[in-house]
Design a protein around this ligand. Structure first.
Ligand code: ADP
Ligand code: ASP
Ligand code: MG
Length: 418
């Protein structure tokens, strides 16, 4: 029998009515002849509440216990969904990550999936089960502890199941009816895309578009999973939503396909460091060891012979996720105390946001960066840091201008027009 994966996000299972509505969707696909694997998130707001409880109890928490607590929201929705389906006379049962089992590495809080063993679930399908309801976001480590896959991780659970069970498709049901040119909450001019390439979706997700977890897109690309994003609130139709697919399946690509943003950024500057070989390594080594994900980096122009320094001196600025700022400051302070690096002082800026334009068309269109900088300049928005790759340009700006920047860029690149 063909298999289908259907993932329901937090708002799609936010209460019993919504779970019933989602179950009806599942019933339609069972009637269409599929064995269905349903991946559920926790009810919306639940994971935030659980994270809050952990932080309140233990600010420097044991990550294994964090996972034990934070994974629990999905257990509730998985059980409720299975019960609802049973009430509809559909043979269904729930599975927690460890029961499948979905095996991850031991990186608690951001674990990576290593393997999904399909035997137990397949045996139940062979015995007549129609729907396996799986708690998303969670797995089991080699040490036998519960792990979670990082925020938004149910998307990754879904794609990984689609790959492991060779599913015909992986449908991600959420609170928007597809992937848009930018977050539709920021501008009403955002336009729904019929298709988007894996590469562009990967960049958008990693630059902050929360509609899919980055890792889920990576997996879909690697295993060529047919991935669709659609709304659980709209009537079913064959061409609903957005298909995330290989580049070749997209006829024509504009220079810019979408605009992404991330509010959760911080900027840190080390003032007056020596300008000589090995300095960058001595700064970013301790940061890497402390698990800080450094993103954008700039080294300022060197000043010669400043305040008695024999060679030149410079400043080094980098950005990282705001929740890693304290860890970054601690790692650099300790490295300074140990005499591994020298700097006069550290300046943190927690009021920044990152705005990025993404498009595979950039490979063949010149002038995208120039246009982006001009648009921001016209709005009077100062750029603090710039980073580019083949298919994206990101800038770090004051957070208060973030929405304005997204809207202005969306207009300037005419993303509202198909
Ligand atoms: P779920 O709980 O279903 O996993 P999420 O909140 O994680 O849903 O993701 C859906 C949200 O992603 C949307 O409500 C929307 O605000 C946001 N979003 C950000 N960028 C985009 C985009 N380019 N297209 C669609 N949605 C986006
Ligand atoms: N419930 C988890 C979260 O809010 C996982 C998910 O919904 O994908 O991050
Ligand atoms: Mg999500």
């Amino acid at each position: 029998m063909p298999t289908l994966v259907m993932k329901f996000g937090g708002t799609s299972v936010a209460n019993l009515d919504r779970i019933q509505r989602a179950a009806k969707r599942v019933a339609l696909e069972v009637a269409n002849g599929y064995n269905v694997i349903v991946i559920v998130s926790a009810m919306s707001g639940k994971t935030n509440e659980l994270v809050g409880w952990v932080n309140e109890t233990s600010p420097l928490y044991d990550a294994r216990e964090y996972d034990a607590v934070v994974s629990s929201g999905e257990n509730v929705t998985a059980g409720l969904m299975a019960l609802r389906l049973q009430e509809m006379d559909i043979p269904a049962r729930s599975w927690q990550g460890w029961q499948v089992p979905l095996i991850t590495n031991g990186a608690h809080g951001a674990a990576r999936i290593e393997e999904i063993l399909t035997e137990n679930v397949n045996k139940k399908f062979d015995e007549g089960m129609k729907v396996a309801v799986v708690a998303g976001f969670q797995g089991i480590s080699p040490e036998g502890r519960i792990t979670t896959l990082g925020r938004g991780g149910s998307d990754t659970t879904a794609v990984a199941f689609a790959a492991a069970f060779d599913a015909e498709r992986c449908d991600i049901y959420t609170d928007v009816d597809g992937v848009y040119t930018t977050d539709p909450r920021i501008t009403s001019k955002a336009r729904k895309l019929e298709k988007i390439s894996f590469e562009e979706m990967l960049e958008l997700a990693s630059l902050g578009a929360k509609v899919l977890q980055t890792r889920s897109v990576e997996l879909a690309m690697r295993y060529n999973v047919k991935l669709r994003v659609l709304s659980s609130f709209e009537e079913p139709s064959d061409d609903a939503g957005t298909l995330v697919c290989a580049e070749e399946q997209i006829m024509e690509s504009k220079a810019v396909a979408g605009v992404a943003y991330s509010r959760e950024e911080a900027k840190l500057t080390l003032v007056t460091i020596e300008d000589k070989p090995g300095i960058a390594a001595s700064i970013f080594g301790p940061l890497a060891e402390a698990g800080v994900n450094v993103d954008m980096i700039v080294q300022n122009i060197s000043e010669q012979n400043y305040q008695g320094h024999a060679g030149g001196v410079t400043d080094m600025t980098f950005s990282c996720p705001i929740d890693q700022l304290k860890r970054a400051e601690k790692a650099l302070t300790e490295a300074k105390e140990k005499g591994l690096i020298k700097f006069d002082r550290m300046e943190a800026d927690t009021e920044v946001a990152k705005v990025s334009v993404v498009g595979i068309g950039m490979r063949s269109h010149a002038g995208v960066a120039a246009k982006m900088f001009e648009v921001l300049s016209k709005e009077g928005i100062n750029i603090k840091v710039i980073a580019t790759s083949e298919i994206k340009i990101s800038v770090l700006i004051d957070r208060k201008y973030m929405e304005l920047a997204v809207q202005a860029l969306h207009d300037a690149f005419e993303l509202d027009k198909g």
